[in-house]
Design a protein around this ligand. Structure first.
Ligand SMILES: [Zn+2]
Ligand SMILES: [Zn+2]
Length: 307
């Protein structure tokens, strides 16, 4: 992030802040630059906020739009649980959540800029450095998969669910645009394991940034409704579809490991992998009935637990 901020300062913010705040303006060789110190904590936070928010919107809109047009199975829009104007609702929800999620995430990114995290920028020199760099990928995936599993599972606790996570389950038949359509606090809490990793385990900063982009791609992919992989190890879009329809299963992000340990794994039904069967109106009607029944059970149990 410090490299991104450096170039953003050089090409955008030095000029932008000079134009916005004339009191901090200096004329150098015919151009104006801001005298607001680049390392001022408020300037760093404002710049990080703008970068993260714009980058978050771009990543969401580009990947979700491409996935919607080229991957998402549009036959799912005939499903009885597909809402009227759902695409517009999902986009409104996600686009308005990004600025709030960015605000909550800001202390984590600012801490990285001010050297409080364990991210490093040294070029690997020895064989050990390279092995460590390569092993950082599975380590990051394992750590964050575990964290997201438990945060997500807690979000389904009756005391938290209706306040924080219910919004994401409004989309029983999700599209790629549902990938970031969360309550901002829910979205932030489920992204917290990524930030915690940078503060607990050393990782190369460029690899960390790449993983962050990958995570966003993955989040869109598990909502794309294209069930190609029959994997029992990877938490695929078919697994996440099961989570949205049948609710109490498959809380994981990348792998089925924690769902198996936590007894919440449910392998997708064969009909999900058969194009004709899965868009059959009878299949969809049965899924809708099951989803309604489970939702009613959960609501009843929630009320009983809260009282
Ligand atoms: Zn959930
Ligand atoms: Zn989802």
């Amino acid at each position: 992030m410090d490299t991104v901020l450096h170039y953003a300062d050089q090409f955008v913010f030095d000029k932008l802040y000079a134009l916005i705040w004339p009191a901090y303006t200096k004329h150098i060789a015919g151009s104006i630059v801001s005298t607001w110190p680049r390392d001022d904590v408020w300037r760093v936070c404002l710049s990080l906020y703008i970068i993260t928010c714009v980058f978050g919107w771009l990543l969401y809109f580009i990947t979700a739009t491409l996935s919607y047009y080229y991957v998402f199975d549009h036959d799912y829009m005939k499903h009885p649980k597909f809402l009227k104007n759902q695409i517009r609702l999902e986009i409104n929800c996600a686009a308005s959540a990004v600025p709030w999620m960015t605000l909550l995430t800001l202390p984590c990114f600012a801490g990285e800029i001010f050297g409080k995290s364990l991210l490093y920028g040294d070029v690997p020199k020895t064989a050990f450095d390279w092995i460590y760099l390569i092993l950082s990928v599975p380590s990051f995936l394992f750590f964050t998969d575990c964290g997201i599993y438990w945060f997500h599972r807690w979000m389904h606790h009756p005391r938290l669910y209706r306040y924080l996570h219910k919004l994401h389950h409004k989309w029983v038949i999700p599209t790629p645009f549902a990938s970031h359509a969360f309550n901002p606090v829910d979205g932030f809490l489920q992204s917290l394991p990524y930030h915690l990793y940078a503060y607990f385990i050393p990782m190369h900063k460029y690899l960390y940034l790449s993983m962050f982009v990958f995570v966003n791609f993955w989040t869109v992919m598990i909502h794309d409704g294209e069930f190609i992989s029959h994997s029992e190890i990877i938490n695929t879009s078919a697994h996440h579809f099961v989570h949205h329809v049948y609710f109490n299963y498959n809380y994981g992000q990348y792998f089925t490991l924690w769902d198996r340990i936590g007894s919440s794994h449910r392998q997708p039904d064969n009909e999900q992998y058969d194009k004709e069967l899965r868009i059959d109106l009878k299949t969809m009607a049965r899924q809708a009935r099951d989803a309604d029944r489970i939702e009613n059970d959960v609501l009843r149990q929630s009320k009983a637990k809260i009282q």
